[in-house]
Design a protein around this ligand. Structure first.
Ligand code: SF4
Length: 461
């Protein structure tokens, strides 16, 4: 980067000036960005928006950090492990920055939104040039301009901004499946969760904006649309109504959504799922614990009995209805007996899949101040016990599909053999079957022949 040429450019930010500055720095060469998104689909969507913004100003993308002139770590704050990985990665960039000082290193997302993390990066990781939180995406161009222009470090962890920018185009990683956020933030303050602190309070996108985006995606050939929100049931304009509206879009596609807070999941939601032909007969309903005392401490605002009512209601109408769940093992104060109640509950509810993790202490949350006498190692053993229990019973539960024909979206090459394809059924269950690679990206009917603990096997009919 030659300071002399840069000085010729107007100091005031504008997209035109940013593009000119990039041209001065890179000349004829296309600037390359390496972007890695950690964590949930919401975060992946934010990453795709940043990519969209960069593509607009001439960037292309690479999987090789050595070739990139801009490295972006789009971070997640939900578990300590993900944060450790980010710090590990940033640490490695020290050498790269020394060898190639013009490389811009950026850390953004949920983790960066936390003051103590931003401070830690500021003080200890001088190789990082740009840090911004979840409310600063709209300022990305300005921040990038400032870093490139002044070569100074920029930190922006501004407080909640309620506006939703409908003009940010996503550069989507998949041509088959697309995620569409319908709302941002969370008002629930579960005591273990950092999300309300880093993503702010709930705000919903207008129905028309969601409808238009989904319609455009269907027209562009996308087969699976996943509606995203921390708790889609509190979508301001009525979530069942939104599903009904989206179900009117013509085309060969299906709709999924996540996540749904059990305290707000109603029989109306189940009825809507069952009535709408494009909505998958699957509900991800994070139970977190099968013990009422622990649920109360978590501030989840439902009991195991109330949770059971939703599952029983759906399965009474459709016995194959698929539920998946999140489980936290070793919440502060949880005893082994209470953990066993969770094991009992997963057997009772017959989840098609569980996403279970050892409790991760998040500073700033209420649970972080609770007494916690069980060691991490012990909690790890409980987690193994839970997963084994689930695995043992899962095959017999998944066998309910043997002999039935499921609609599967073929997504990629399979694991079973080089002739197999891998996809997911409406129930969100992995299905492998022999098929031509040309089928990838289309729906196929597969007759299930075998249930395994990780997938169903079948044949195209
Ligand atoms: S509902 Fe609870 S767990 Fe989910 S994002 Fe909100 S606070 Fe976190």
């Amino acid at each position: 980067m030659k300071n002399k040429s840069i000085c010729c450019i107007d100091n005031v930010f504008s997209i035109e000036n940013l593009k000119n500055l990039i041209t001065v720095i890179h000349g004829e060469n296309t600037p390359l960005c390496y972007l890695h998104s950690f964590g949930c689909q919401q975060n992946a969507t934010d990453g795709e928006k940043i990519k969209g913004m960069l593509a607009e100003i001439g960037y292309d993308f690479t999987d090789d950090t050595e070739k990139a002139s801009l490295i972006i770590m789009n971070t997640c704050a939900v578990r300590e492990h993900a944060e450790d990985r980010v710090f590990g990665n940033i640490g490695k960039f020290k050498k790269l920055k020394k060898e190639k000082p013009d490389t811009i290193i950026c850390v953004c997302g949920c983790m960066a939104q936390q003051k103590h993390i931003a401070e830690r990066i500021k003080n200890n990781y001088h190789q990082v040039d740009l840090v911004f939180g979840t409310f600063a995406y709209n300022k990305f161009y300005e921040m990038l301009y400032e870093v490139l222009k002044t070569k100074s470090r920029v930190f922006n962890i501004s407080e909640q901004d309620d506006s939703i920018n409908e003009n940010l185009k996503q550069l989507r990683d998949s041509k088959i499946k697309a995620s569409v956020p319908i709302m941002y933030g969370c008002n629930n303050f579960c005591t273990y969760c950092i999300v309300p602190y880093v993503r702010g309070r709930e705000r919903s996108r207008p129905v028309e904006a969601v409808f238009d985006e989904v319609s455009d995606l269907v027209k562009a050939g996308y087969k699976e649309i996943t509606l995203l929100g921390q708790n889609v049931n509190s979508y301001s304009y009525g979530f069942p109504q939104l599903l009904k509206r989206l179900n009117t879009i013509e085309g060969d596609f299906r709709i999924r959504f996540m996540s749904s807070h059990p305290k707000d999941a109603t029989s109306e939601l189940i009825d809507t799922i069952l009535d709408c032909d494009k909505v998958c007969k699957h509900l991800h309903l994070p139970m977190q614990s099968g013990c009422n005392r622990v649920l109360k401490e978590m501030n989840r605002k439902y009991t195991v009995e109330e949770y059971a009512k939703i599952i029983d209601y759906a399965r009474e109408i459709n016995p194959d209805f698929s539920f998946t769940s999140d489980i936290i093992v070793g919440f502060p104060g949880e005893t082994y007996e209470e953990f066993c109640e969770t094991k009992k509950a997963i057997n009772r509810f017959k989840f098609d899949n569980i996403y279970s993790f050892v409790y991760s202490k998040r500073s700033g949350t209420k649970a972080a101040l609770m007494e916690d006498n069980i060691s991490h190692k012990q909690k790890g053993l409980w987690l193994r016990e839970l997963l084994l229990e689930h695995r043992e019973n899962n095959v017999s539960w998944m066998s309910r599909f043997v002999g039935k024909t499921l609609k599967v979206l073929a997504e990629k090459e399979g694991r079973t053999s080089e002739h197999h394809l891998n996809g997911r059924s409406d129930e969100n269950i992995i299905v492998e079957f022999i098929g031509d690679k040309a089928l990838i990206g289309s729906f196929v009917n597969v007759k299930i022949t075998k249930a395994m603990n990780w997938a169903l096997l079948g044949e195209i009919v």
